[in-house]
Every structure is written in structure tokens, then in C-alpha cells.
Write a protein that binds this ligand. Structure first.
Ligand code: SAM
Length: 451
């Protein structure tokens, strides 16, 4: 849906927007359309803009408007949540987050009083999701005294934002400017006529060395991906893929996995932890403090690989695509997730490393015809399809049951082998993206528990 077309054709509630805001919305909001997100608008007015956002962001979005005027409650309708309160009241703002969750986009079109705009921003910005957007409109008011504005007034939101430009570059000021949350969590600040838009995001401030002539094609593709990320052309679809890993008493391995992953990706990681040794369990818990966006599900007993995955697929709010990684994997290079996403078409079960297997769960014996088995060490899945088949089970080959069913139904073509995944998971091969010690976890924790 196009916000501008909707604005032009709107015969419903009044929308208060300048024309030139629409290309700005298109630029900053478009990639969120039809995704699951929490959108918060400060200032409901006549209720028209919330109707617009409801249509623009689509059915998965949670749309919330807040306003100080109790009359605005009348604009509430199914799919449009309105709460009454003051945008400069941090307790009220926290109650909104508590009720609806972390906002992905905040649009401030409220009082336009500079002190209010700044107060809401300082309180909400740290709480907006890591790749979220904070957009403030009608900032011409920053030049008008009746809104607390003035060209020389250091407390207007425009003058505050000018200083944030230096904050983004704090690392290069040789100590003159202290880095802060703006430095560490802001990818860009865009200034427009009457509008400022903050784009949150982690910046990997590494110096890239130019590629030598001998680079392989894969390296060229990879460096292009790194470049795209640094340019802010990141794909929200990639960043929003959750990662599930099952652990048993090996905090050091999960630590290496997440540490190496965080060199390149900020994706949410779910640790399904079956550690039954209290010291090891505490070690795993400590990782949730050390790394951002990590959620621990502690079982306190060895849930095993297959049941751990099955539990995660059935009980966590994972969305459709999910990446499963063994806790003894380490990530060597950026771009592996993008590559896997490229291979996984919407109607497929999953992609990764395919090897032949027999019904007993072992490689086929000579003369025996096997069927394709998707290794659970590293696989990207479409959960909607996965859930139509038996879930993984407690078995040395935890994917055996779904693989056998796919095979018997003639559906093994819903699986795809990716050459580099196959290579990376092969013992003694040259690794491209992922290092995986052969039988790393099972050798530490007493075997495969075939049953
Ligand atoms: C320009 S209107 C919003 C228009 C609407 N977003 C649209 O685009 O159609 C501004 C709204 O901000 C509300 N407002 C004023 N001061 C506020 C405050 N301190 N906290 C929350 N809302 C406030 C007003 O009641 C008014 O409804």
C-alpha cells in the first residue's frame, strides 16, 4: 500500500500531514510494511493518520496512538489502539511499552513543544528496537517561540539533533566528544524540511582492506554484503530471523557461537538450555547479560537436541523463517545467512547440508538406497512448512522422523543442499562461513543418545 495514494483517496477521518512528508515515510517506513511490528504515533488528532498506518503497515502490525486529549479515545477501533496520556510523562510512556511491547517505529506528531519532543525522545529512543525508526515531524516549530523554539536556543530538537551528528562521529573526535547511546545505536540521522528521522542500528566500525585480485567470487559477494550493511542497506528480513540453538552443559561453546555471530549479526538468539550442572547453567545465564538480544530458556535437565528444537518450534514466537545452529558452530564471516535466505524459497521445508540416510538413522549401507537428511547443525527452515510434518525427536539423527515422512510422501524436493554448508560441515574441509568441530558437543556430553 502506498501512503500517498491512501492520503489522496482518504474520505474518512481527517489526516494532518504536509504533502512532502509522504516521500519521507515511503523512504523510512516502507521496508516495515507487512512485517510484524509495533508502531507508535504520538498525537492522534482526528484519528485519520492511525487509519492510514493501519492500512500502510498491514495486518501483522500493532498500531498504537497516544494523545493527551481524552476525546481522542473515540477514534479507537479494532486494530487501532489509543491510550490517553502526556507524551512528556515517562511513567505513561513506560506503561505503553509494557502493554504493547518494544516499539519498532515511533512517530512524534504530538504537542510540538520542544521540551516535550526532547523528553519523549530521550525516554523512548533507547527503548526503540535495535533497527527501529524514530521520526519527528512538524519541527518548523523548533524556530517558533510559542513552542519553546528559537534559532539560537540550544534546547530545540533541531539543535539537539545537530549535536547528535557529532555524537555519531564521536569515535573520531580524539576524545573531544564522549560517545553515548546515540553513537552506539544510531545508523543515521536524516534532516528534512520540518522532519528529522533517526534510524537505529549497530555500526560495525571495522576498516575494510581492499580485496586482492585473487579474491574468489564468493569473497566479492561477501564484501558487497558487508558494504551494503555499512551503507545501511541492511535487509530487515535478514535481521529479523531468529536463531535457535540447543545447549547441554557447554556455556563456553554457546559463548563462542554468540560472540562470533555478533561480529556480523544482531539477530535474536534463543538458547534452549538443558544444562543440569548448576555451574554450567550459570555460565549460560551469564551470556544473556554479556550479549544483547539473547533469550535463555532454561530446562534444568537434558532436553536433548530433537525435543529442544521441537519445543522451540512449537512454543516460541519465531515467525516463519528460523535458523537452527548447533551450539558448537562459530561464524567466520558475514553473509552466510543472506546466502541461506537466497536458497530458501517460500514453499520449501529447509536448506542446509543434505546427506543420504537410512531409516535406521545411519548412512545407508552398501546396496541400500537412502533418502535425503537435512543436518540440524546448520539449517534455515520455513516453520509454516516444518510444522506440517513430524517435529524433530530424541534421536542421534534428530531430523530423521520429518525427513522420513518427507521421503515417504515424495516431498524430499522441499529440501535443498547448499554447497558451502555441505563443505563447511564436512570434516577436514576448507571452511567458508562456519566452523563446526566434528561431533563437538556430543563428544563432550556423552554421545548421541540414540533412542
Ligand atoms: C497535529 S495533531 C495529530 C495529528 C495526527 N497525528 C494526524 O497526523 O492526523 C496533535 C495531537 O497532539 C496532541 N497532544 C498535544 N499535546 C500532547 C501531549 N503533551 N501529549 C500527547 N499528545 C499531545 C493533541 O491533543 C493533538 O491531538
Amino acid at each position: 500500500m502506498n501512503a500517498w495514494a491512501e492520503f489522496l483517496n482518504n474520505n474518512d477521518k481527517l489526516i494532518h500531514k504536509f504533502e512532502h512528508y509522504f516521500p519521507i515515510y515511503e523512504r523510512h517506513f516502507k521496508s516495515y510494511a507487512n512485517k510484524s511490528l509495533v508502531f507508535l504515533e504520538i498525537g492522534v488528532g482526528e484519528g485519520g493518520s492511525l487509519q492510514l498506518w493501519r492500512k500502510f503497515f498491514g495486518p501483522l502490525a500493532v498500531i498504537v496512538g497516544i494523545d493527551i486529549d481524552p476525546n481522542c479515545k473515540r477514534h479507537e477501533s479494532p486494530g487501532i489502539n489509543i491510550r490517553i496520556g502526556d507524551q512528556s510523562d515517562s511513567v505513561f510512556l513506560d506503561s505503553i511499552i509494557k502493554e504493547f511491547g518494544t516499539p519498532d517505529i515511533v512517530l512524534d506528531n504530538g504537542s510540538h513543544i520542544q521540551a516535550h519532543v526532547l523528553k519523549s525522545f530521550l525516554h523512548l529512543y533507547p527503548k526503540v528496537s535495535k533497527n527501529g525508526i524514530y521520526l519527528i515531524e512538524d519541527l518548523h516549530t523548533a524556530y517558533w517561540p510559542e513552542f519553546g523554539g528559537g534559532i539560537e536556543n540550544p534546547n530545540t530538537f533541531i539543535n539537539f539533533s545537530k549535536r547528535c551528528v557529532d555524537k555519531i562521529n564521536a569515535y573520531y573526535t580524539r576524545g573531544a566528544i564522549q560517545s553515548d547511546l546515540i553513537t552506539s545505536q544510531t545508523r543515521s540521522i536524516a534532516f528534512y524540511d520540518s522532519v528529522i528521522c533517526y534510524e537505529k542500528g549497530y555500526i560495525n566500525r571495522r576498516n575494510l582492506t581492499p580485496k586482492s585480485r585473487s579474491s574468489t567470487d564468493v569473497d566479492t559477494v561477501n564484501s558487497q554484503r558487508v558494504f551494503d550493511k555499512l551503507c545501511g542497506r541492511i535487509d530487515h528480513q535478514i535481521d529479523s530471523i531468529p536463531i535457535v540453538t540447543i545447549n547441554y552443559n557447554t556455556p563456553e561453546l554457546v559463548g563462542d557461537l554468540i560472540g562470533s555471530l555478533r561480529n556480523f549479526y544482531r539477530n535474536r538468539v534463543y538458547i534452549i538450555d538443558g544444562s543440569d550442572d548448576p555451574e554450567k547453567a550459570a555460565g549460560v545465564r551469564a551470556l544473556t547479560m554479556k550479549y544483547d538480544n539473547v533469550e535463555l530458556i532454561p530446562f534444568g535437565y537434558n532436553i536433548h537436541h530433537g525435543p529442544g528444537m521441537a519445543w522451540a518450534f512449537a512454543n516460541l514466537n519465531l515467525g516463519n523463517k528460523v535458523l537452527v545452529m548447533d551450539s558448537d558452530c562459530t561464524v567466520l564471516k558475514n553473509g552466510f545467512l543472506e546466502s541461506m535466505v537466497e536458497h530458501l524459497k517460500e514453499d520449501m521445508y529447509g536448506v542446509g547440508c543434505l546427506t543420504p540416510i537410512s531409516e535406521s538413522g545411519y548412512p545407508p549401507k552398501e546396496g541400500e538406497v537412502g533418502f535425503p537428511y537435512l543436518s540440524a547443525v546448520l539449517m534455515l527452515l520455513n516453520l509454516q512448512i516444518v510444522k506440517q510434518f513430524p517435529l524433530p525427536t530424541k534421536h542421534g539423527a534428530p531430523m530423521l522422523s520429518p525427513m522420513l515422512t518427507l521421503h515417504k510422501q515424495g516431498l524430499s524436493h522441499l529440501l535443498k543442499n547448499i554447497d558451502w554448508v555441505f563443505e563447511d560441515l564436512t570434516e577436514n574441509s576448507a571452511k567458508r562461513y562456519i566452523e563446526h568441530p566434528w561431533q563437538g558437543t556430543s563428544s563432550r556430553t556423552g554421545g548421541y543418545h540414540l533412542s
